[in-house]
Design a protein around this ligand. Structure first.
Ligand code: GDD
Ligand code: MN
Length: 365
């Protein structure tokens, strides 16, 4: 076999029923091109990796990168692309929704030297997404509009997970890409900025061949995080944005709990202190649970570890409050400085809580 000119990275999670058919179609579509397929499987319980490796023993063009203890589409694509030594790399789904027949045309655009990246698109003349169910189609169109408005991308289909690019350009960008979420193409295009020459290739988005979609609400939330991070010019980590969002929700929870406590608790003289303490506790619980579900979902605590984490979270929070008050009082020289002092104190404690929570409560395993 000659050295591959094109690596096709195929992220998989529970796609056993699609592997053989996909390889058959790639083989037919890519006749005359030296290609290889790199499957990146997140330890699917259906044995996708085992099947790929079994095929790989007989077919040198097929490889499998099996990841354990990790999940995530973007991260899987990045690692697969990083493992390629070919001059060109493509990413496509395993479920046959992406039309492999457009791959040679995409490759020709790159080898012709006119582009660094070719994005397959459903939303220009010659492309379509007819097979999307009504609701998924609407979400996709909405997310596309939102993205174009917020981050101003040259892509007509920024949500697409189907593209091909020069490997050297990918290698340059790789250290700055986020392994979180579903939207690898959007991340590459925005991170590359104006320096990446992008072309588009229309295609018809087909039906899933076997198995089911892994799209869910969590992925939608992560996508918002990516958008916000890109809007801030990558200054702010998406994880911190969620942490701050949870904090803002916590404030609302606190005020509602305070109002209710003032109504419902019997007045034994020190009602406000009691109500404020109770509201603080409730807000802490709400913040902890939301962070556990959202901000640190990939490191989610369960069982006893959750209780231990909660106690630590409260301790960190109380130190944060003290530091907040100290800083704010130091900045507050007279009435006119109240807004500055108050904001600085709050921002300081949010940063402190975030840093300490990441280091100690939800530490990376
Ligand atoms: N390794 C790995 N890890 N692969 C994953 C994971 C994961 O956590 N989640 C999904 N995949 C793989 C699937 O096995 C499939 O090959 C591919 O990623 C796409 O997942 P689907 O579950 O089929 O997603 P979809 O069809 O709902 O959405 C796709 O099409 C959309 C429209 O183009 C994705 O490509 C989206 O990114 C895209 O917006
Ligand atoms: Mn799919």
């Amino acid at each position: 076999m000659s050295n591959p000119q094109l690596s096709i990275v195929i992220p998989t999670f529970k796609e056993r029923g699609n592997v053989a058919e996909l390889l058959r179609r790639l083989d037919a579509a890519l006749a005359g091109i030296a290609w290889e397929a790199i499957f990146v499987d997140d330890n699917s319980p259906d044995g996708t990796a085992q099947l790929v490796k079994q095929i790989a023993r007989a077919d040198g063009r097929v490889r499998c990168l099996r990841r354990v203890g990790r999940r995530g589409l973007a991260g899987a694509c990045i690692e697969g692309m990083l493992s390629s030594a070919a001059p060109y790399v493509a990413v496509m789904d395993a479920d046959l929704q992406h039309d492999e027949k457009v791959l040679p045309a995409m490759l020709a655009r790159l080898t012709g030297g006119g582009a660094d990246l070719v994005a397959a698109t459903r939303y220009v003349e010659g492309g379509s997404a007819a097979s999307f169910s009504g609701q998924r189609g609407a979400i996709s169109v909405l997310a596309t509009r939102l993205t174009r408005r917020l981050v101003g991308t040259p892509l007509s289909d920024p949500m697409s997970g189907f593209f091909m690019m020069r490997r050297d350009r990918f290698d340059e960008l790789a250290p700055r890409l986020s392994p979180v979420g579903f939207k690898i193409l959007l991340d590459i295009a925005t991170t590359g900025g104006g320096r990446l020459r992008i072309a588009e290739q229309p295609y018809h988005f087909g039906e899933r061949f076997d198995g089911e979609s892994k799209f869910n609400a969590q992925i939608g939330v992560e996508f918002l995080g990516l958008l916000l991070a890109k809007m801030s010019g990558d200054l702010v980590d998406p994880r911190f944005i969620f942490f701050a969002l949870v904090g803002a929700i916590g404030l609302v929870v606190h005020l509602v709990a305070l109002r209710l406590s003032l109504w419902l608790l019997p007045d034994t003289g020190d009602l406000f202190r009691l109500a404020q303490a109770l509201a603080t506790f409730i807000a802490m619980i709400s913040n902890f649970l939301l962070n556990n579900e959202l901000t640190y979902r990939d490191r989610r605590l369960k069982g006893w570890a959750m209780l231990r984490g909660f106690v630590l979270f409260c301790l960190i929070g109380s130190v944060g409050v003290l530091a907040n008050i100290d800083l704010a009082s130091w900045l507050y020289v007279d009435q006119s400085r109240w807004l500055l002092a108050g904001t600085a104190g709050a921002v300081m404690s949010a940063l402190w809580n975030y840093a300490m929570s990441t280091l100690f409560v939800w530490r990376a395993r």
